[in-house]
Design a protein around this ligand. Sequence first.
Ligand SMILES: Cc1cc2nc3c(=O)[nH]c(=O)nc-3n(C[C@H](O)[C@H](O)[C@H](O)COP(=O)(O)OP(=O)(O)OC[C@H]3O[C@@H](n4cnc5c(N)ncnc54)[C@H](O)[C@@H]3O)c2cc1C
Length: 512
Amino acid sequence: MTGTSNNGNSALNAARRQRELLALGDGGAIDVLVIGGGITGAGVALDAASRGLRTVLVEKHDLAFGTSRWSSKLVHGGLRYLASGGVGIAHESAVERDILLTRTAPHLTRALPQVVPLLPGIGVAQRSLIRAGFVAGDVLRRTAGTSAAVLPRSRRVAAAEALRFAPTVRRDGLRGGLLAWDGQLVDDARLVVAIARTAALHGASILTRVEATDVTGDSAVLRDRLTGETLTVRAHSVVNATGVWADEVDPSIELRPSRGTHLVFDAAAFGGLTASLTVPIPGSISRFVFAFPAAHNRVYLGLTDEEAPGPVPDVPHATDSEIDFLLDTVNTVLREPLTRNDIRGTYAGLRPLLRTAGNTTADISREHAVLRAPTGVITVVGGKLTTYRKMAEDTVDAALAGSGLTARPCRTRDLPLVGAVSGAARDRIPAPTRLVECYGSEATAILELSRATPALADPVAPGLDVTAAEFTFATTHEGALDADDLLDRRTRLGLVVADRAAAEPAAKAAFE
Ligand SMILES: Cc1cc2nc3c(=O)[nH]c(=O)nc-3n(C[C@H](O)[C@H](O)[C@H](O)COP(=O)(O)OP(=O)(O)OC[C@H]3O[C@@H](n4cnc5c(N)ncnc54)[C@H](O)[C@@H]3O)c2cc1C
């Protein structure tokens, strides 16, 4: 073990990146090299660093540049996996949900009510199946140790209560709703940044705009995309956590990506939705389209599951047929149908699914896999945001088994992420709710910036809920290196083209 200490500093910024790249130097030797700065790579870096291993994470673009920012932002109880008989993965998911909600990230997660409106389109058999599923979800919750105070038990609600959660649902024929609770992230990219910063707090180097090439089981060439310079690093263990790009780093991996698309609306289009409005997809017993409240006063509507063969794009795009499918499905329960004119933006992501002998991508297991290539590279792929911690634990265990390294046991179950705060301590934070929901205990740091420089209290553009102080904090503490990082990942303003354009001058100004 090449020990490393908790250096007490979670702040990521350009100066630290520069310093740590220099310190690494050409021919530098470390314990664990992690390639990929999505949820999986960030999780592995945190696990390894917190066990005392000298850890470097390299990310070609920015933290959460890939699939990890295109999710539905749910902390799943794994109910859907039960439908396909995956009891083990469902339980694992529920356990990890509990860890996120109650211990590691209570500031970035919340309980999300999910309402299925009972309209004439839902027959008795379908209603019974959904209800049975929700009851199974309650059992999963209890066996994972999550109390009903954290996630209330499911129940049937009257029409008036269903409408309070989802005011734009059709009233005629509404016989009430089925209500269940799951976990929701404030934002997926923010979770990735919080994990990466916590890894940095434990001594990991988090190097964005650095691409790994020529990867072997104990080395890689690292190219600084800002300067073009390269250096070779030697590592006891090399972890490939590059998601849908995993086969570029390790050609022995075979992937079968599937695209999931969401549409973005103003919150007003759903009339003050406070739940996930959950609409069964006709003909399926376990798949739903759902609309849910999201950052910046928006509602996202998802989700598709389409095979996506061929070259993997940096940024995937929604197709016309996916947009029609989502609109058509949600409109089956709305009083006033939504049209394309209501859509403010779209986003799409590719699930990094392993190729198996299965049928459609929707049937492929979402379980994660940790695979050791003949070269010695360890690839971790699959899984989901919710289970990142367990994926990381399994990966570092595998890395240790093959490398001659020794380290402390995994400790991430009880390791709060930066900003973690809950209960009364959270209620006492003297900052607006929105800031506390995004930054947890660090919300006061944003306010202090505004106090020191009052102009930073201004919104980044009229009508937007982000202040210039948040952009500044992202450059000094959250590793943002340019305006795109601020608009597309530290905040999600970039999902609406007009908002992005309005906020861009402030984003650029944050680097002047
Ligand atoms: C539409 C959709 C909805 C989803 N919803 C949910 C949900 O609600 N809840 C949930 O728990 N899960 C959800 N998931 C699953 C979850 O989002 C993914 O499993 C997870 O984000 C994958 O993360 P990753 O880190 O493995 O990959 P990525 O996030 O893609 O990260 C890989 C990173 O590697 C980098 N990289 C690639 N090549 C190199 C290289 N050579 N050198 C350096 N860096 C490199 C990339 O730039 C990228 O940032 C969803 C997935 C999709 C597609």
